[in-house]
Design a protein around this ligand. Structure first.
Ligand code: ZN
Length: 91
């Protein structure tokens, strides 16, 4: 008995997620520090906030532009690796 292919329902899940929430850009009201490199993120600027999920309370970590750039590059590299799975299947 073959299982019938079904149409996926709901939102398409993104691999960007999991224990880290989706990063968002926030306005910095009070200067704070980048959680990775400790550089100052000044008040009045914009920075990237990465929500940390599953901790029971809403907490978010802020990163400076340089660190966020590195995170994005790493994510992109990971993504390319995952895309490679599809490429090998097609052969
Ligand atoms: Zn940083």
């Amino acid at each position: 008995m073959a299982t019938k292919k079904k149409t996926p329902r709901g939102q398409v899940p993104s691999l960007i997620g999991g224990s880290n929430g989706r990063p968002k850009q926030v306005e910095v009201k009070r200067s704070c520090f980048c959680y990775r490199c400790n550089s100052t993120i000044s008040a009045g600027t914009k920075c990237i906030e990465i929500p940390k999920l599953g901790t029971g309370f809403a907490s978010a970590r802020r990163v400076c532009d340089d660190c966020f750039q590195a995170i994005v590059e790493k994510t992109y590299k990971d993504l390319q690796e995952i895309q490679g799975f599809l490429a090998t299947k097609a052969q």
